[in-house]
Design a protein around this ligand. Structure first.
Ligand code: GLP
Length: 266
């Protein structure tokens, strides 16, 4: 796990945008896994800006969103489909046929979950999965107790998550009780993952995910099992980590090694 601690949210977004752009540049047909929430809005602004500046082309990119509320469609102002349209899709040149968001209005939700998994597979799998984290340590909507092998399915939301996400609904009672979410197992199959966290309210979840045991009670901790994860967080989200100074040393050492010229270059 690569852990990068940055000064503030803006620096987290800038670093995350660099990582996404590098991944896109290395692939002919990138498949990106996308997340919603306040944390990723800065990243999406950076990517939109690069696109507007003519530096980033999304025409060959396929996207899969992590989750959606059951009973909400793209026309609902609080749906994740709407969030993605407003924050990113309307600002870049993605081919609409390559955009995939779980459909909260699907007539047969269980069949839709199976189809979503199959679609990820037939697209060649996800190259880079962008993730935020809930205050209860969830990734996507994999609430505490989710199997670490879980696949795309329906999941009941905890009161904590419904409270955390209430702002876009006005009132907690309006937040749906069930969502469609990629599973932890689905996420672990992405070839690489990028986990972002900003702010003090994420500090405990980040500490438990990174320095705690792997447990279905904190589903982000499952990322410890993945061989290619980068975590980018700000100082506030990092403030409960015990080995903070060591993580900074690792980053310095990595930079030093990268800057070392090979014998052929000398
Ligand atoms: C929701 C989403 C998660 C996201 C989390 C964090 O619960 N399902 O994928 O990581 O919100 O949201 P925020 O970035 O607004 O704190």
């Amino acid at each position: 796990m690569r852990l990068l601690i940055r000064r503030d949210g803006a620096a987290v977004s800038a670093e995350a945008a660099r990582i996404v752009q590098d991944a896109m540049a290395s692939l002919d047909y990138p498949v990106l896994g996308l997340s919603t929430g306040r944390t990723v809005t800065g990243l999406y602004q950076e990517l939109s800006r690069s696109h507007a500046a003519g530096e980033l082309d999304f025409s060959r990119v396929t996207t899969f969103n992590l989750d959606e509320y059951v009973d909400l469609g793209p026309d609902h102002p609080s749906s994740f489909a709407r969030f993605m349209h407003v924050e990113l899709f309307s600002k870049i040149n993605l081919d609409p046929s390559r955009i995939n968001v779980p459909d909260g209005l699907a007539p047969d939700l269980e069949a839709h979950c199976l189809d979503y998994e199959a679609l990820i597979q037939s697209s060649g799998g996800i190259d880079l999965q962008i993730l935020g984290i809930g205050t209860d340590g969830h990734i996507a909507f994999n609430e505490p107790g989710s199997s670490l092998g879980s696949r795309t399915r329906l999941k009941a939301l905890t009161d904590e998550t419904r409270r955390q996400n209430a702002s876009s609904f006005g009132r907690e009672e309006k937040v749906p009780r069930v969502a469609i979410t990629m599973g932890v197992g689905t996420i672990l199959e992405a070839r690489s993952c990028l986990l972002l966290a900003i702010g003090r309210d994420k500090a405990a979840a980040i500490r438990d995910s990174i320095e705690g045991p792997v447990t279905s009670q904190i589903t982000a901790s499952a990322l410890q099992l993945h061989p290619n994860v980068t975590v980018v967080i700000d100082e506030d989200a990092a403030h409960l980590l015990r080995r903070r100074s060591y993580y900074a040393q690792v980053e310095e050492a990595e930079l030093e090694m990268a800057n070392r010229s090979t014998p052929a270059e000398r």
